[in-house]
Structure formats: structure tokens, C-alpha cells
Design a binder for this molecule. Structure first.
Ligand code: IPE
Ligand code: MG
Length: 225
């Protein structure tokens, strides 16, 4: 979710106004994905590098998160949406940590959709953490495999992303789900996140359905299946 700041600045507004509009876009996109039956949605809300932003912006982002959770967790429970946090929850401020833990336990039984919020998340740190956890679990070197490794990531038990969308014109991964995105389709749009609504989502999905995914095979092999 990129471009909140630029969206606001283009309108002569403070960056925080862009983040508020961005939170509205989150509601819209979650609702539409739930309606479409998309079983897993991950939103990159705060990277471990985002701590480098001005203090006031970081605290505005965390206030918005708290407000968002207060409103959305009861709704997620009603709509059978499970909340999962990808990232270092312990490194978040206490009120947000508490609200997230509460949200995760309240929705742990929900099955219609999983909403992953990547918060205080970095892909390389996740990989190092997984390696450390495997070693701590006492796994012998021969037991290491790609599948096993995936069990020690924040996304354990979930499928790899089919589609990765980045808004606002930037075309890079920014330390996002590095292990999991090995075969994801990438979609970049100039649309700023606050303007990413139902229409833009459908356009991204249409683009995805037009892609031919070969997973390293030749087109002939795919056609023969
Ligand atoms: C994305 O918008 C929101 C977060 C990273 C939390 P940005 O704040 O990155 O917006 P730009 O890139 O400055 O426009
Ligand atoms: Mg940005």
C-alpha cells in the first residue's frame, strides 16, 4: 500500500490525511476481496524500516491502526475473517500489541478469509528468524527443506501469494515476503493507495487472469496438462 503521503501532498493536505484515506481504502479492498471469495489477503501496513519516518508520522500511523482495529475486529468476527499479524508484534507499542493480540484470538476460529497485516515486518529478518527457530527446534541439517522452512515463517500454513500489487508507481519489493513471492505475479499501478478502490482491484485481478504462469515449465508442458 504505497502513495498515501503523495496523495495527500498533491491535495495540499498533511501526510496523515493520506494515511486516513488509505485506511478507508483498506476497508473497501478487504470487503471486496471477502465478497469475491479471495481466501488470503496480505496488506503491508508498516515495515521495520518505517520506524525511520518522523516521530509524529509514526505515532499517527499507530493511532490509526488502533482506531482501525477497534472498528474492524467486531466486523471481521461477524464476517468470518481471521486476523493474522506478520512481523514482530513484541516490538510494537503496548496498546497496539494488546489490540492485535485480542483481535487475533477473537478471530482465530474464522475461516472464510485470512487477513494478514504485515506490521513491523521485514522479509530478510523473517528469513533469519525462521532459520534461528529451526535451529532452536533442534532440526538436523538433513531435515531442512523448502517446505519445512516455510513452516517457520510468519505465514506458516498459508499458500504463497498468487498476486502482488504495489500501488503508486514504485516498482520494487521493499523487503516484502521475500521467500513467499518466489513465483508470485507482480502488478504495478500508478494509482495511489487511497484511490485504489473496487475498480482498481478488479483491474488488477483481470491483469492477473491474463498472465500465463509456468512455474519454470515450458508452455508446451503446461498445454499438455
Ligand atoms: C504508504 O504510503 C503507507 C505506509 C507506508 C504506512 P506512504 O506513506 O509510503 O506514501 P508516499 O510513498 O510517501 O507517497
Ligand atoms: Mg511510500
Amino acid at each position: 500500500m504505497d502513495g498515501n503521503g503523495r496523495w495527500a501532498q498533491a491535495r495540499g493536505l498533511a501526510r496523515v490525511e493520506g494515511h486516513k484515506a488509505g485506511a478507508e481504502a483498506v476497508r473497501t479492498v478487504v470487503t471486496e476481496c471477502r465478497k469475491l471469495g479471495i481466501p488470503h489477503l496480505t496488506l503491508y501496513a508498516f515495515s521495520s524500516e518505517n520506524w525511520n519516518r518522523p516521530k509524529a508520522e509514526v505515532s499517527a500511523l499507530f493511532s490509526l491502526l488502533l482506531e482501525f482495529l477497534g472498528k474492524e475486529i467486531p466486523r471481521m468476527e461477524r464476517e468470518d475473517i481471521r486476523l493474522v499479524v506478520l512481523g514482530d508484534v513484541d516490538g510494537l507499542p503496548l496498546p497496539q500489541r494488546t489490540a492485535l493480540r485480542h483481535g487475533m484470538s477473537r478471530t482465530a476460529h474464522c475461516r472464510s478469509m485470512t487477513l494478514n497485516l504485515a506490521l513491523n515486518y521485514g522479509g530478510r529478518a523473517e528469513i533469519v528468524r525462521a532459520a534461528r527457530r529451526m535451529a532452536e527446534a533442534g532440526l538436523a541439517p538433513g531435515d531442512y527443506s523448502e517446505e519445512r522452512f516455510a513452516d517457520y515463517l510468519y505465514t506458516a500454513g498459508q499458500p504463497d501469494p498468487d498476486l502482488l500489487v504495489r500501488t503508486s508507481g514504485e516498482q520494487r519489493l521493499s523487503n516484502y515476503l521475500l521467500f513467499q513471492c518466489a513465483y508470485s505475479e507482480f502488478y504495478f499501478t500508478p494509482v495511489a493507495w487511497p484511490d485504489f478502490g473496487v475498480e482498481a482491484l478488479h483491474e488488477a485481478l483481470r491483469a492477473f487472469t491474463g498472465r500465463s504462469r509456468r512455474f519454470g515449465k515450458t508452455q508446451e508442458q503446461i498445454d499438455a496438462c
